[in-house]
Write a protein that binds this ligand. Sequence first.
Ligand code: C5P
Length: 246
Amino acid sequence: MNSEKLLYEGKAKSVFQGEKDDEVIIKFRDDMTAGDGARKESMGQKGYLNSILCAKIFEIIEEGGVKTQLIELNEPCVMTAMKLDVIPIEVIVRNIATGSIIRKFPFEDKTPFNPPLVQMDFKDDEFHDPMLNDDIAKALGIATQEELDKLRELALKVNEIMKKMFKDIGIILVDFKIEFGKDKDGNIILGDEISPDSCRLWDSETLDMLDKELFRQGKDDEVIDAYEEVFNRLVSDEDKAKFSIQ
Ligand code: C5P
């Protein structure tokens, strides 16, 4: 297998050429970063938990009618996915105001957004992922108006699917970030990952955080327990068998 040809090394995942030209192998690592990569730690089991959670979430999103990059989870931490031409836009959907939006604008912490708020940031470490508007995205040549409209439509659909999915397991989906790419026919496909690294998740009863925000706040020793909590609620024994997990 030609899986050793590294195509891209991200902050938490490495992407290798797959067996077929139009496939990649994504390896989920245990690395966790915060503050634009200023802080980096290895969190045992994170790659394992996130890869399975991501596969499960992508499956549910596909069932809801949004095409994702997932082909299959070969084994924990190793996913075969469609090779995409990545659109350098981080699409963020917010159901509740918290995080960077309350630092940038005078929204009160924990205010619900009704309808949900869609934000697009330019994915570029050098420029620290600045917030976009449609005109800037078009002037940068990273998306057409039609594509921007599609990203927004798909992001809101993903939000509806995930809000229900998490509600059913006693979790509030506060906000999340997703990324998209284009397949060889130009179709827009959901890519990258969805996991507690990329979502804010609160327990519906206690409002305890169950996501990477714990790491951002320096509560490193609570991170894996929180991810395991999400894992245990979302991944059934049947799923574990399907994903070849003992
Ligand atoms: O920090 P901020 O409030 O903008 O984050 C909004 C949501 O997007 C959070 O769920 C966060 O985990 C996610 N996010 C991400 N990767 C980034 C920026 C934000 O996963 N680079």
